[in-house]
Design a protein around this ligand. Sequence first.
Ligand SMILES: [Zn+2]
Length: 508
Amino acid sequence: MKKRLTNFFTITLCLMMMACSNPKGYYSMDYTVSFDTIGHYLLVELNYSSEQVESGDLVLNMPRWAPGYYEILDFAKHLTDFKVTDSKGNPIEWAKEGLNHWRIPRPADGQLRVSYRVYANQRDVASSRVEKEVAFVAPCGVFMHVDGEQTHPVNVRFNLPQGWQHISTGLRPQKEDSCLFSAPDFDVLYDSPFLLGNFYTKQFSHEGHDYEFALETPDGAEEIGLADDFKRIVSAATQLMGDVPYDNYCLIHMGEGGGGLEHQNSQACYTDGTYRFETRKAHVKFLAFVAHEYFHLYNVKCIRPAELWPLNYDREAITPMLWVSEGLTCYYEFRLLRNAGIATPDEALELLSTYFSLYAPYKGQHHQSLRQCSYDIWMNFMNPDENGKDVRINYYFKGPIIGLLMDIDIRRKSGHKQSLDDVMRLLYNRYYKELKRGFTEEEFWQACAEVAGQPLTEVRRLVDTTDDIPYASYLDDAGLRVDTTDWSIRQVEAPSAEQLEFLKKMNL
Ligand SMILES: [Zn+2]
């Protein structure tokens, strides 16, 4: 995820799981969603139908958080008018358990109809919003799964208000009904936001995959060539990773609001309401924001710390490695835009400089390590105390700095035969594609050592401790230097042949 801080800079936040039983094939869950565009409500109906007589109560569970948004949000607080009836319309008494569970006695015929309203009037990427002409459906706060059975298939049908023309999402609609969507499990549904209503859409194919733009405020998108830049980012990422982990991808951009959130085959972002940027710097930073959410579909959706999968929507997914998921994704903003030929070397260094200058004033760098920041993020990142910057750091800032140091260290240790890119590819191919699981902290550092040919001992110490970063001992080899007057990263004056070669290898 990335949280937009100002018009010129955005930071990203980003995701986990739950041990769950095998899906039961004898019941179906069919949701219907309608819209109260005046009162800002989603009107949700669930038809639960079981072919077998089951003992015990049915327990429905609404997630407490959304993958990629590392904060307990308790979506159930937006829910009202929860009702249950049997197949004849007779009310069934239910009982609330905890904050997000509803216990319902099962009727003899296994047929239940559940209904509730969800207040939807927030402009952030983890929350739903219903307005006169458009609705954004953030699924974690709308749909409930049977407790412990989130791997069960689910269908969702939308009843669109008259005049609404589009539904854009990463899921494909059913051929017989463009308003009906089927997900193989709730993990997929929860990872598939929907934009519905009237807005700009554009469909295109690129390198064998289908893409859709859904832009709520498209002003300037055509003029700046957003689609062409996006294609170049996709191509650069494909070349870097050697694979595309989706069939289709949907880019959902909305107006003014908060941040962006990555999904397996979509991204949902709030923009500034226009693509007409006042400066080239603002334009490049926006494209870095898009590249960040896009690269997450590799780094965190596929390349993920072990604690982030399988997901448990009832509690925090605490891991000391969110700096890998978020910080290194920030580093790859810079690499993707450079590899895509979008950013010049100076613009790419300016992007990196932003992180150095944001990190430098944090007195918290002497009190909290990058590893500890990852671990504690659930408590205080989105809602810091007044002394936050004095005692804590931000992995969006120190993370990409460590990414640069890792990249340089691996390149020099391997004689330029390997780079951080090789670590990302190794993690993707070994743990995601072959072993189909996340990696542990030791496996991450082992992968780095395997690629570099020797352990990244000092870099790991800089991650695990609050030791000062010896910038020069890394940057100088790469022909770079940090100007501590403004914390900008620049090429050294009069670089040597070796430094020029290093810069060339790093595409700078
Ligand atoms: Zn992110």
